[in-house]
Design a protein around this ligand. Structure first.
Ligand code: ZN
Length: 317
């Protein structure tokens, strides 16, 4: 097998080979050698004829593939299509629509939509460490047809606590030393104190320097954080460090992406789009090949069914 792909063209050629697909995935989910996903035994034999492994321990369902137990499991879609779709999702700077995935992989748009959402789930890996050092916090609203809205109504939506067609989104950004800042975003029920402060505490280490704008919802955090406020009615930067410009820039990037790539984002699915965009932003220093490799490593053990995606069950993440 050739070396790992680093461009879309290389990926297309590389993943044409089922052996390459299997080995690429196996190397990332089993870096220390293949083990049985059901019992963990490393006494497994590869059955080349069936392109699968068999566990030598006696239990039900002894045979498995590199897809077993991953977001790709139970899918009739071949790994080459999965991996190409995933390449597009993690490496297309402005996001990719299910239409584009369908076109590139030769599946129906409905199938592409499903693949896209499974992939987004894999990218929403919860980071374990809280942000520290210099951290910005800010909120914004996503969705709705603000452009076609009456001015008074628009004003209310922008300053209010969220409405049915606008979703409140909270972000925190850790400033990096040489432009390596990272973001985390989440959907919040409203911009009230309880919701906003819960997000801050969940994602920011106590004692960090916290920069926000002048919103009453942030009041009372000064005991836990070195909280400094910039009043946007007066100025945008205070004492050089007190600003939320990192997040402001991120919001405009996020909104351009959503407006330019996705026809509409259902509020129910918004958190997945947010995770995908944050993933690309936080890994922007990697090469396309490295970013893709890291994403593939994240797919193990993540599964989501069609019913969960369409809201037919209450299993929303
Ligand atoms: Zn086993």
């Amino acid at each position: 097998m050739g070396s790992d792909p680093n461009t879309l063209q290389e990926a297309v050629l590389f993943f044409q080979s089922p052996d390459n697909c299997r080995e690429y995935l196996a190397a990332r989910r089993w870096p220390n050698g293949v083990t049985c996903p059901r019992c963990g035994s490393d006494k497994v034999a590869f059955l080349a004829k069936y392109n699968r492994w068999q566990c030598s321990v006696t239990h039900a369902a002894r045979q498995f593939t590199s897809k077993t137990g991953t977001i790709f499991e139970d899918s009739p879609i071949s790994l080459d299509k999965w991996l190409l779709a995933m390449w597009q999702v993690v490496n297309c700077k402005n996001g990719v629509s299910s239409y584009e995935i369908a076109k590139a992989t030769g599946v129906t748009q409905k199938t592409a939509w499903f693949m896209d959402h499974r992939i987004r789930l894999a990218l929403g890996i919860e980071p374990s460490d809280k942000f520290t050092g210099h951290v910005e916090a800010d909120e914004t609203f996503i969705g709705g047809k603000a452009r076609n809205m009456h001015v008074a109504k628009k004003q209310r939506r922008i300053t209010g606590t969220g409405t049915k067609d606008k979703t409140a989104v909270m972000g925190v950004l850790e400033r990096g030393k040489d432009g390596t800042s990272k973001v985390r975003t989440s959907v919040i029920p409203n911009r009230k104190k309880t919701a906003i402060q819960a997000e801050v505490r969940e994602h920011v280490e106590a004692g960090s320097a916290l920069y926000t704008d002048f919103l009453l919802s942030y009041e009372g955090l000064a005991g836990e954080f070195a909280h400094r406020v910039v009043d946007h009615a007066v100025e945008y930067v205070r004492d050089k460090v007190v600003h939320t410009n990192g997040l402001e820039n991120y919001w405009s990037l996020l909104k351009r992406t959503i407006a330019g790539t996705y026809v509409s984002v259902e509020p129910f699915h918004l958190f997945r789009y947010l995770d995908e965009q944050a993933y690309r932003f936080n890994n922007r220093k990697l090469t396309d090949g490295e970013r893709f490799s890291a994403a593939v490593a994240g797919v193990v053990g993540k599964r989501v069914t069609f019913d969960e995606l369409t809201g037919k069950t209450n299993a929303q993440a």
